[in-house]
Design a protein around this ligand. Structure first.
Ligand code: PGA
Length: 252
């Protein structure tokens, strides 16, 4: 049985190295839980060295983005630097980056760059709002098709992961997250979109994660939808709550 996936997206937190150490010490207490899952931690770049050394026994290092294009761009996150740090997964196309102007075409380029470097692209998709007519489904289909437009081979498609992260649910509370029924429908819909692109067999092999206010309160009900894992933002900064989310995945 394939392990379920847990990705911690720390965004721009914690605000000091000593707080990073406190958080890691909290996580370490339950290292055996994280080892039973495929656990990834995506810290701010500044903490890469510290986090990779101190968490490698129970999780893999992930990056929150990846850069493409010219190697000499100030502020870029170059893929070879990520590789040298041992980064195993890159979050690509997060809605907070898309809000800064990142296009589906750029997302597609980043996915190809990650794949070439042997880094798993975790491709984020999600609508800004839902409408009764279901237009948001078309939006998701379009976003997936364009974001994955550079992936032609089934073998490449099998190496990616997708995170469904509705923008309206990010950074809120479990009460504002997607409900289990809507998530179940979305899983079926995204699998269909992937199956139209790469065939059913390949589509079934692409792990599908959910992100957007996953908290200890809703993790269990969301796990029952058949989702393959979670991309967790704010709750990943609280060792005890994060552990409860991990346990919900384990006890599926
Ligand atoms: P959240 O963030 O868990 O705080 O909603 C998720 C994300 O943005 O990846």
């Amino acid at each position: 049985v394939k392990k379920l996936i847990l990705v911690a997206n720390w965004k721009n937190h914690p605000d000091s190295l000593s707080r990073v150490e406190d958080l890691i010490n909290g996580l370490k207490k339950k290292a055996e839980v994280y080892k039973k899952l495929s656990t990834f931690i995506a810290p701010p770049l500044a903490y890469f060295e510290s986090v990779s050394k101190k968490t490698k026994s129970f999780s893999s290092l992930a990056s929150q983005d990846i850069s493409v294009g010219k190697k000499t761009t100030t502020g870029a996150v170059e893929v070879d630097i990520l590789q040298n740090f041992g980064v195993k997964l890159a979050i690509i196309g997060h809605s907070e980056r898309r809000a800064l102007g990142e296009t589906n075409e750029e997302v597609s380029e980043k996915i190809i760059t990650a794949l070439k470097a042997g880094i798993i692209p975790l491709v984020c998709v999600g609508e800004a709002e839902r409408d009764r007519e279901g237009e948001f489904l078309e939006f998701i289909r379009h976003q997936i098709r364009l974001s994955l437009s550079g992936i032609k081979k089934k073998d490449e498609a099998k190496s990616i992961m997708i995170a469904y992260e509705p923008v309206w649910a990010i950074g809120k509370s479990s009460k504002d997250a997607v409900g289990p029924e809507d998530l179940t429908q979305m899983i079926i819909f995204i699998r269909k979109v992937l199956s139209d692109l790469y065939g059913r067999e390949t589509a079934d092999k692409i792990p599908l994660l959910y992100g957007g206010s996953v908290e200890k309160e809703n993790a269990e009900s969301l796990v029952r939808t058949g989702i393959n894992g979670f991309l967790v933002g704010h709750e990943s900064l609280h060792a005890e709550n994060f552990q409860k989310i991990a346990l919900a995945l384990l006890n599926k």
